[in-house]
Design a binder for this molecule. Structure first.
Ligand SMILES: O=C(O)CCC(=O)C(=O)O
Length: 261
């Protein structure tokens, strides 16, 4: 990605790891009280369901089909989507100085928040997320896009932690197929070649928009919520070969055209 003149937020080790592997981990990125605020805000949003924008709260397919009856509405939610567009708390997180600082170091001074999600992966039946590259969904050019995946619970392979293939961001965009949440790599790698990233609540994984990644099902009785914010260089645009609606940024957070918090 951009060659940085001087780093504001990252150490040179973090920046070299990002260049080489396509990801790195930042411990204690959010404090536990910030994590707790996120958890509370999830509950506030879900308590208003279904009286919320349809895209904001998405239910697990098995719950929707009636195959599973979760113990509460919240424990049947698969994800919250575009929260920064619909909710003040998640909008203010978009301007978090640590996230914006890292994004500026990695993609340059003009930064747009492209997409926000909260992946809820409920205990026992939270589904897997197939192997994919995020930029296969976005199709942004130039491909100057990074993601933050911030654990809001302690995560491990049993409750569905993130798995990545180091260096796969060098492969270019590979062919994907399938629909919606199952849109993924036609030739997925083997899990035995992956690095599992167990993380404590508040830890962030920072990753390149074209790294191969996946999360397994939650087979445990522990929750596994994760916040995901994608930032791109503001010049990025969704190209026409995207199978989804063209992606437009949620908020310009730094540099030219930046909105106020
Ligand atoms: O948190 C997860 O389970 C998967 C998140 C992810 O990779 C995505 O939605 O693009």
């Amino acid at each position: 990605m951009s060659q940085m003149a001087s780093l504001e937020t990252l150490t040179s080790d973090q920046s070299s790891k990002f260049e080489r592997d396509g990801f790195f981990v930042m411990e204690d990125f959010f404090s536990l009280s910030e994590v707790e605020e996120v958890r509370r805000e999830i509950t506030t949003i879900v308590d208003r369901h279904p009286d919320v924008p349809e895209e904001l709260v998405q239910i697990e397919p098995s719950v929707k089909r009636g195959d599973i009856t979760p113990p509460s509405v919240e424990l049947g939610v698969r994800k919250l989507f575009r929260m920064a567009k619909h909710n003040d708390h998640f909008r203010s997180i978009a301007f978090n100085p640590k996230m914006v600082g890292v994004a500026k170091d990695l993609v340059g001074p003009n930064i747009t928040l492209f997409q926000t999600m909260l992946l809820m992966k409920p205990p026992h039946f939270g589904g897997s997320k197939v192997w994919h590259q995020d930029n296969a969904y976005f199709r942004l050019a130039p491909k100057e896009i990074i993601g933050f995946w911030i654990a809001c619970d302690d995560t491990d392979p049993e409750n569905g932690c993130m798995h990545v293939i180091p260096g796969s961001h060098f492969h270019g965009l590979a062919e994907h197929g399938g629909v919606q949440d199952d849109y993924g790599l036609l030739e997925p790698p083997s899990v035995k070649d992956a690095v599992a990233c167990p993380m404590k609540a508040g830890t962030a994984l920072v990753f390149h928009g074209e790294i191969y990644h996946y999360t397994p099902e939650n087979t445990s009785d522990q929750r596994r919520r994760a916040l995901q914010y994608h930032y791109a260089n503001s010049i990025c645009r969704s190209t026409k070969d995207s199978p989804f609606d063209p992606f437009t940024g949620e908020i310009v957070v730094a540099g030219d055209g930046a909105e106020r918090q």
